[in-house]
Design a protein around this ligand. Structure first.
Ligand code: GLN
Length: 486
């Protein structure tokens, strides 16, 4: 899609302004209902589009993303615009700088249409915990789009952006991509700079992309990755364009199927679609190999110790003094003026929602002097074992395939009162974050429910920094189509 639009722009069959206007008009038409955007940047995006058109008018070369309309999850800074991370805490926060990934997109000439809705501080799997509004799944508006990057997934799925950026700490790009029938890429930890991303859990967070096709995800990823002096965890790498390595020939590719991921509690409809997808890989000439990730069963509990611990530390800065709007709720207190501690308490009581508070408390507990060894340290040790499982697996296979989520998009309210049920949504995705490996979700089929064809995502993981092989496998699958193999 991006390549086609790029050709059209170059051949002057359309203009960047016309493109931006057509996407903005879809936003005005559909987003009232869908709620993918928290901020729409009409003037700014048209200005950016005109800039590209002026370049074209002068006969200058433009890059692949120039004039292409995209959207940014609202936990990434974009200079001069409101950046809320889906929280009341940051309601009035205007970012004073661009996140590195956002800056790279703007330098590439991409047209940023707006900031997208999300679960508060990226905690959630349904976008229901946004402090502003829920986002609806365009395929069936009685269902959630997944989360936490629900807004970014819906922006692309409903053609209200060509691409978008999301963040993924435990599955927040891949699970909504799966629920909305689009492609979601979480790169290797350290590939894309986290500078300017409002941190959730720093050792797990990674910025990635939503697109309609695997090729588009390779194109956007190629623009945003690379070493950044402003993020010490980014890796040095040679510059390459990942779309140049896509090929529909995957004969001999070794695809591992972890037996732990196709267990009996998997929704039988999801299992059927997954098994057909495995057949599809086989019919493309890939070698299907059964593997085991013996510690995968500990991934979710490990994640729910490490992630809240990092959350409790990262979110300490939102105290009404350093970050966040101070709230001093005198009425609830006897003193006429609150003390500094009361300002902290009132600000955090008012500014954070229930899920964020739950995780701060869990994390503070896990890190407390008496429990640190029992929980946090133990979880770190298990994380190491999970990493080792992957290192072993990649001696035998090139990629690992599973479903992305254990079920299709669920209805609003189905899990919002039961955090543990909600956490299970990430059962297949969190391992990639704990191990730091790259992963992608792409459509592999649908299941029928109440007359709607609900999308199911397939999940591929590859070795550290081997996005190339992973993108190639997903691309070959996509080219072959999702229908039944003969
Ligand atoms: N749904 C997961 C959670 O609630 C993942 C969130 C994320 O990846 N940001 O923690």
């Amino acid at each position: 899609m991006i390549l086609e639009l790029h050709e059209k722009l170059k051949n002057r069959e359309t203009t960047a302004r016309a493109l931006a206007e057509s996407y903005l008009s879809r936003i005005w038409e559909y987003d009232g209902e869908l709620g993918a955007y928290l901020t729409i940047l009409e003037e700014e995006s048209l200005r950016a589009a005109d800039f590209v058109d002026e370049k074209l008018a002068r006969g200058e070369e433009i890059g692949l993303l120039a004039g292409i309309p995209g959207a940014i999850k609202d936990n990434m800074c974009l200079t001069g615009t409101r950046t809320t991370a889906g929280s009341k805490m940051l309601d009035g926060y205007v970012a004073p700088y661009d996140a590195t990934a956002v800056r790279k997109l703007r330098e590439a000439g991409a047209v940023i249409l707006g900031k997208t809705n999300m679960d508060e501080f990226a905690m959630g799997s349904s976008t229901e915990s946004s402090a502003y509004r829920p986002t609806k799944n365009p395929i069936d508006t009685s269902r959630v789009p997944g989360g936490s990057s629900g807004g970014s997934a819906v922006a692309v799925a409903a053609d209200m952006a060509v691409f978008s950026l999301g963040s993924d700490t435990g599955g927040s790009i891949r699970q909504p991509a799966s629920f909305c029938g689009v492609v979601g890429l979480k790169p290797t930890y350290g590939r894309v700079s986290r500078n300017g991303l409002i941190a959730m859990a720093s050792s797990l967070d990674q910025i990635g992309t939503f697109t309609k096709t695997v090729e588009d995800s390779a194109i956007v990823f190629s623009e945003i990755y690379g070493y950044d002096p402003l993020d010490v965890t980014t890796a040095e790498s040679d510059s390459k364009r990942f779309e140049d390595f896509l090929s529909s020939d995957i004969r001999g590719l070794r695809v591992g199927i972890p037996k732990e991921y196709l267990s009996d509690d998997l929704d039988p409809r999801v299992r059927e679609v997954t098994e057909k997808a495995i057949d599809r890989f086989r019919s493309l000439g890939a070698e299907i190999i059964d593997i085991s990730l013996p510690h995968a069963k500990y991934a979710l509990p490990t994640y729910y110790i490490i992630m809240p611990s990092e959350v409790s530390s990262n979110l300490a800065r939102f105290d009404g003094i350093r970050f966040g709007v101070p709230v001093d709720d005198h009425e609830s207190r006897s003193a006429e003026f609150g003390t500094l501690l009361e300002t902290y308490l009132d600000t955090r009581a008012y500014g954070f929602g229930a899920e964020v508070k739950r995780r701060i408390m869990l994390g503070t507990y896990a890190l407390s002097a008496g429990y640190y060894d029992a929980y946090y340290k133990k979880a770190q040790a298990v994380r190491h074992l999970i990493r080792k499982d992957f290192a072993e697996a990649y001696k035998k296979v090139d990629v690992i395939f599973s479903p992305t989520a254990p079920e299709p998009a669920f209805r609003f309210g189905a899990k919002s009162d039961d955090p543990l049920k909600m956490y299970l949504s990430d059962i297949y995705t969190v391992t990639a974050n704990l191990a730091g490996v790259p992963a992608i979700s792409f459509p592999i089929g649908t299941v029928e429910e109440d007359g709607k064809a609900l999308p199911i995502g397939g999940h591929l993981m590859a070795g550290w920094f081997d996005e190339e092989t992973m993108l190639r496998a997903a691309y070959a699958f996509e080219q072959a189509g999702v229908s039944d193999p003969e």
